[in-house]
Design a protein. Sequence first.
Length: 128
Amino acid sequence: MSVYGSYVSGKLRPELFVQMLAKIAHCCTIDAVGIDAFEPYLPPIILGDMSTAPRLIGCHKFEPAQKPGNAYRIEQRSIEIFNVEYFLVIIRLFTYWETPTYWVIAGHPKGPPSPRAFGPLPPRSPES
């Protein structure tokens, strides 16, 4: 199979990709709201149990390629579904190609949500 002049061979293991998305979303949520501020949904997926993955991880849409710069986009949001608040992490990898955007439900708040949970994560300063 040729992809831009490269050859790819081997067994396709989508569960490894799903685990990677779960790890990214879990860590971003901990960074945004704190480890004790939410009930996490993703540890079973991270550990290999894929039974809840179709309900928590999905692909939203393909987006056009962006100019060179950041190779990825990650956003943390709070969303409400049927009057229940959830933490959503939006992940797009390889933004310089036409790639999909993945939506990952990371968990729900234990108490009042942190103001940092709303909207995209603030840019990191060079010191952090």
